[in-house]
Ligand binder design. Sequence first.
Ligand SMILES: Cc1ncc(COP(=O)(O)O)c(C=O)c1O
Length: 446
Amino acid sequence: MAAHYQILGSTSAAISASVETGIRTGVLAAGDALPPVRSLATTLAVSPATVARAYQELRQRGLVVTAGRHGTRVRPRPPVAPRRAARHPAPAPGTRDLSLGQPDPRLLPPLGPHLAALATGIGPPVGYATTGVHPALAEAARSRLAADGVPADELTVTGGALDGIERLLASHLRPGDAVAVEDPGWANLLDLVAALGLRPVGVPVDDEGPTVTGVRDALTLGARALVVTSRAQNPTGAAVSAGRAEALRALLAGRADLLLIEDDHAAELSRLPLHPLAGATATWAFVRSVSKPYGPDLRLAVLAGDEVTVSRVAGRARVGAGWVSTVLQRLVLSLWRDPATTTLIHQAADAYERRRSGLLAALADRGVVAHGRSGINVWLPVPDETITVTALRDAGWSVAPGGLSRLGAPPAVRITVSSLDDADLTPLADAVAAAVRPADPIGFTA
Ligand SMILES: Cc1ncc(COP(=O)(O)O)c(C=O)c1O
């Protein structure tokens, strides 16, 4: 539906600024249609080329998307922070929120004792001269990655996985370049790709990771970068298997023109072994965030790769934010070194495994097919996302519409299982079964 917002302006800059204002103030919401180029040009008494330029600028900044007959619409999460009042409302009171894709706060290791230990041994303040990667953290990260078969001689630290991926993409690609991304894939990555003015090329995913045919097709379409999630793929739960890794490595071997990015965000939480692609191409990076096992608020990831790639990521940080605080780096090191924390992480991994496989089994008992080989999400293909999301909300469960996570993949919803208790499984599976298979319509006659 077209939005009732009057776009103003007589130059392309003014028109795009007007659209941005509409988005920032929440009058133009995600999915709202902008007027067709010609009709807005007539309304504003400017040439169609002026409006087209404004739309193109908005598209390159990831605020809008143009999709064939659907015209130009506001993207689901444009990179413009809305005013507080315009942010998404919280789910209705009493609704269980399974839409967020985040770890169970009850299963994150407590930071208090580590912060207290840091406070007593913090030492003199760190200045600009002694920054970068904390040597002990680098050494610990190297041996953890090496144990998983990732060569990590060159390594840096970023403010989380997405920060690393942003600098990787920005330092190797130019606006308009194509990036191969999993489809369905991580919604935040799709938003980032749009905000960088890059062109996403969807690669289909099955339970073993991105398909070989899909990656081959994306390369044929000119993809300059490929982002692969190693395990706990968001949203499908796919994990790259040994066979898939071998086939992809063979396909990618010797590609001098491709930046290969692996995102191993499940890290220590994964019950499945890592089958890395790292090093299959000359230009590569392997990113491992601490968000899922240790807590998203730590905002830290380690990034290994070839020398040129790591140097670009670290060098770009140096002329920007600088470095990831050594206070945070030392906090993560303290968590890594603590056997009690390691035990908690193992317990969390077991709990997520139980919750995910418990829900999948309960759904299978009801004849409902869903996916989730690893991680904290279950991906449920449905005929209509809105109908399913609404039916589940009415039954007291909030889930994420798959539309945020997909390009051309068929409709589905994402159910985050991280916070489920055993007692939730039966009512949730019943509600899902009812939502995907609504009762037969009741006729007028018996
Ligand atoms: C696929 C994927 N990668 C990485 C992350 C973690 O990102 P960050 O380290 O920026 O918190 C997430 C979190 O949801 C994710 O789903």
